[in-house]
Unconditional design. Structure first.
Length: 233
């Protein structure tokens, strides 16, 4: 992928940190459905609702490196123990679980997609959300990123995720500012000091930029991602 740069209009954003001890308030979801949700989907739906509670229809981009890996791991343990797997658990173990529940709860038939791109998942999700938005700027796009570390049974995971959930609503008619995103290919010899303030994960870097309005960056082996905030004109 060549070096690229793009800017998205941010109307609202919401964060649910992994370290939060309280359970997300999901009162907008009926109890039977709510009880079946994983920790990951609960956090994702919480931040999504925070951004679009009063938006009638919104295109959705959901992103997660590991997705519902926790539920999948439970299913594998169940199979290994010779027990019967719950059909509900199986149906809710797919990457796009959150998008389905989101659409059903809201009665929203707008397009929804789900993606995973390894350590660069959030960066490419921002690019996907931008691509969808520029095709039709009159309709808002909601980006939701949610993840949690893999079970220790899978061993050491390179550049492991921080966990938590982040939602960003792209809507130029109600923007509070613009988030500039950039990806550049770098060599192993690139001096990290030239990249500015760097963080251990993409999610941490993006959250820092949104929260402090200061530039942030994240670097992997072959590329550098950078984010900066610009106030609305």
């Amino acid at each position: 992928m060549p070096d690229t740069r793009w800017t998205i209009p941010v109307a609202r954003w919401s964060l649910w940190p992994a370290a939060t001890s309280a359970a997300p308030d999901l009162g907008f979801i009926e109890p039977l459905t709510r009880r079946r949700l994983s920790t990951l989907s609960r956090a994702a739906l919480k931040v999504a609702h925070d951004c679009v509670a009063h938006v009638p229809a919104v295109r959705l981009v959901f992103a997660s490196r590991h997705g519902e890996l926790g539920r999948t791991t439970e299913i594998l343990h169940t199979i290994d123990a010779g027990k019967t797997v719950s059909p509900t658990s199986f149906s809710l173990s797919v990457l796009n679980t959150m998008t389905g529940v989101f659409g059903i709860v809201r009665g929203d038939r707008a397009p929804a997609s789900a993606l995973s791109a390894g350590t660069e998942t959030l960066g490419y999700a921002l690019l996907e959300a931008y691509a969808q938005y520029v095709t039709d700027p009159s309709a808002p796009v909601l980006l939701v990123y949610a993840d949690e570390p893999a079970d220790p049974a899978y061993g050491t995971v390179e550049d492991e995720v921080d966990g938590g959930a982040l939602a960003i609503l792209l809507d130029s008619s109600a923007q509070t500012g613009r988030l500039e995103c950039a990806r550049a290919t770098v060599s192993d010899e690139t001096d990290a000091a030239l990249l500015g303030t760097t963080f251990s994960s993409q999610s941490h870097a993006v959250q820092h930029c949104l929260d402090t309005r200061t530039a942030s960056a994240w670097r992997c082996k072959n590329s550098t991602w950078q984010w900066s905030w610009h106030e609305a004109a």
